[in-house]
Write a protein that binds this ligand. Sequence first.
Ligand SMILES: Cc1ncc(COP(=O)(O)O)c(C=O)c1O
Length: 469
Amino acid sequence: MSDELMQLRGEVRKVTEEILRMIAKRRELILKIADIKKRLNLNVVDRSTERFLLSESLKLSEELGLDKDLTKRLVSLLILDSVKIQEQEIGKTQEIGLREIFYTALELQRSGKKIIRLEVGEPDFTAPQEVIDEACRSLREGRAKYLSPYGLYELREAVAQKMNDLFKLDLKPENVLITCGGIMAIRIAIEVLSNLGDEILVPEPAWPLYKQIAEQLSRRYIGLRTEMVNDWTLKNEEIRKSVTATSRVLIINYPNNPTGRALDLSELKRLVEEARDLGLTIISDEVYSGYYYHGERAPSIAQVLDEGYVLVNSFSKMWGMTGYRIGYIIGSKEFIEKAATLLSLMITCVPEFIQRAALKAIEDDEYVKKNVIETKKRIDYMLEKLSKCDLVEVRKPDGTFYLFPKIKIPNFNSSEFALKLLKEHNVAVAPGSGFGNYPQHIRLSAVKPIREIDEGIEKLLQAINQLSS
Ligand SMILES: Cc1ncc(COP(=O)(O)O)c(C=O)c1O
């Protein structure tokens, strides 16, 4: 081997070691900052400081002739590292979330206790009979072989056609990818649309898995604050003040889990325009689109944009098919090709007999309508019962099957309350702190028979009254 090559390699190793030494030094400084923040009770995350660091780094990188994207990615990873160190140091309290309540409720049920489960985000009805029959028939016919990662052409066609009929669009099967549920669709969308260290912005309160998925993919999750007093409206200023050079994606979820807030078409347009101006790509999670109380379907991102969006939907909630694990993504042909490659590396394909069952489901809109009417009755019943308690403030949802009431007791801690309610009153609810910084709120699911809702809400109100006295 040439001496020169050996020498250069040695120098590269030294420079790499120097970079690592500098990172260790940086971490020492971060620890000192954490100490001060702890003493002064300051927030770990300071977006204006981050923005300044990024812009200064980009200036320097230009002077040095470095690639802008590489600089953004490196600085973003360093910031991510700082946040983790500070959170560990300051001892961020691990709040009890939905998952802990869910498993504790299961455990108690297993031990023989009768638990009223108002925490689960799952319809209590099953798939329509013809869907179950189709799944069984397809399986018996041997439709359980490897398939195209894109999904069955007939199902992709049916999804595109359904959207075209609902919203007068011109989508093609090539714009559709069949996935294992909405959760896989979200994961794939984030992975295709962003790079390591990029920021994923999400209006809160939000489904907790956006954060977990983003962080598992080493993306930076940034929650955008909305408040009940403002009708859970995401303000443009909130987005603008949170955006940095590494912000890449905005995930929106309307009708929203947990607030039940939906956007009308003009609000959706305004939000989309703002996101586009800031260079963000939108992932629109529309898994609750059928649970909409001002029309047949909630407004869709596909009505607002011709391209440059990613839409996620699922058969789970609308057809009671949570355990079938089937959903889909709609996007540009180029996006779908990249997404299909990722899907093929994860699961090869979605099982054919499940896709055949979904093809049957999509034809049955009456089933969705019937269940949505029943769900609305349950929501109204819950609302009426809750309205009798002065300590509960609740907003009427535009869609979904959730309520996200605020409990007006000073220093109310939703995590502690949810655990106590479960253990002492046998009622499970989801703590608000699992959806962002909302410790005053709890999430209630109305997909239970009225008599269970009745008993559950009675016990809930009893516990709230006990706590306030
Ligand atoms: C907002 C939201 N998106 C996506 C999902 C994922 O649903 P699935 O993977 O069952 O389609 C859920 C499930 O609770 C949800 O609440």
